[in-house]
Design a protein. Structure first.
Length: 295
C-alpha cells in the first residue's frame, strides 16, 4: 500500500496545494493503517472492505486514541480511498459509507474578566517585545480575532481615527471590527515605540513582528499566550482561542445582540454563535433568584 500512499500525498501537494502539516497528518494516519493491515497479513488496497476499516478504527480506540483523533483517521481513510477509486486503482470505495465518530459537544471555557485583566497586564516591562505582547493580548481580547487573522493583519488594516480594524477571515470574507480604547492605546504605543525597533528589511507591513523582524507565526502566539497565562497564575492551559471565546461571552453577558456578535466573530451561521448563549445552572439560578418574585 505504500506506493498508493505516496501517490496520494503527491496529489495533495501538487494538485491540491495543501500544507506540509496537512500532508504529514494524512501520511501518519495512512501509514498506521497500512502497518495494521500488513500485520493482519493483507496489504492490498483492493481487498479492503468497510468492515476492515471499522475494525482498524476500533483497534485505534482500544489503543487509547481520543474521538477527535479517530475522526481525523477516518477522514484520512475516506479521502484516500476516494482518491484511489477516482484514479481507477480499486474497483469500489470501501470508505464511502464509513461512519465518522461523533464528538462530544463541549462549551467554550472563557476566562473571567479578572483573569483577562491579569493576562493582559502580565507583559508589564518596557522592552519592545513586552510592549508588543501587551498590544497583541489586548487586541486578541478586544476584537475576538482568530489567530490566523492576527498574524495576517497589516498596518493599513488599522484605522486609528475610526477605532476599527479590517480583517479577512474564513471564506476570504472581510469585516470591520471595533478595537476598543484599551487595545487602541496599547497598539498606538507599540507602533510608535516598539515596532520600529523590530523592523527588518523583510518585515513588510505586518503589525506584529518577531525579534528578527518577521511576522509572528500562530505557533509563537500560542507560546506567548501560554507563557503569560502561567505568569499571571491562571490555572489550566490557556490558548489564544479562549480570548475569542471570552470576547464573545463577555459581550453577550453585557447585553450585546447575538447578530452583532456573529458579525464581529465572522461566523457564517448564527447557529455557530449561539453556543455562547448556553449558560450553566448556577447562572440560571442566580438570575431566577434576582428577578423572579418568588425566587
Amino acid at each position: 500500500m505504500q506506493g498508493e500512499i505516496e501517490l496520494f500525498l503527491l496529489y495533495l501537494a501538487t494538485e491540491r496545494g495543501l500544507s506540509t502539516n496537512y500532508q504529514l497528518s494524512k501520511r501518519s494516519s495512512l501509514e498506521r493503517f497500512a502497518a495494521w493491515l500488513n500485520a493482519k497479513g493483507d496489504s492490498a488496497p483492493g481487498s479492503v472492505t468497510q468492515q476492515i476499516l471499522s475494525a482498524f478504527l476500533i483497534s485505534e480506540k482500544k489503543r487509547g486514541l481520543s474521538a477527535t483523533s479517530i475522526k481525523l483517521e477516518a477522514v484520512a481513510l475516506r479521502i484516500f480511498f476516494r482518491f484511489l477509486r477516482t484514479r481507477g486503482c480499486i474497483p469500489s470505495d470501501p470508505a464511502e459509507k464509513l461512519p465518522l465518530p461523533r464528538l462530544p459537544k463541549t462549551l467554550p471555557q472563557p476566562l473571567s474578566r479578572d483573569e483577562i485583566a491579569e493576562l493582559v497586564a502580565a507583559p508589564a516591562g518596557d522592552t519592545p517585545l513586552e510592549i508588543r505582547d501587551r498590544a497583541l493580548l489586548e487586541l486578541l481580547y478586544a476584537s475576538g480575532l482568530r489567530i490566523a487573522e492576527v498574524c495576517s493583519v497589516r498596518l493599513e488594516n488599522l484605522d486609528e481615527d475610526g477605532g476599527v480594524i479590517r480583517v479577512t477571515g474564513k471564506g476570504n470574507k472581510t469585516r470591520l471590527i471595533p478595537v476598543g480604547s484599551a487595545a487602541l492605546e496599547a497598539l498606538r504605543f507599540y507602533l510608535d515605540n516598539a515596532r520600529p525597533k523590530l523592523v527588518s528589511p523583510r518585515s513588510g507591513a505586518a503589525i506584529f513582528l518577531s525579534v528578527r523582524g518577521h511576522p509572528l507565526t500562530p505557533a509563537r502566539i500560542w507560546q506567548l499566550v501560554r507563557q503569560y497565562a502561567k505568569q499571571a497564575g491562571i490555572r489550566g492551559e490557556v490558548h489564544p482561542h479562549q480570548l475569542r471565546h471570552s470576547f464573545a461571552t463577555h459581550l453577550l453577558s453585557g447585553g450585546a445582540d447575538l447578530r452583532i456578535i456573529q458579525e464581529m466573530l465572522g461566523h457564517a451561521s448564527i447557529a455557530t454563535t449561539q453556543i455562547y448563549t448556553q449558560v450553566d445552572g448556577g447562572q440560571l439560578k442566580s438570575v431566577h433568584r434576582k428577578f423572579h418574585p418568588r425566587g
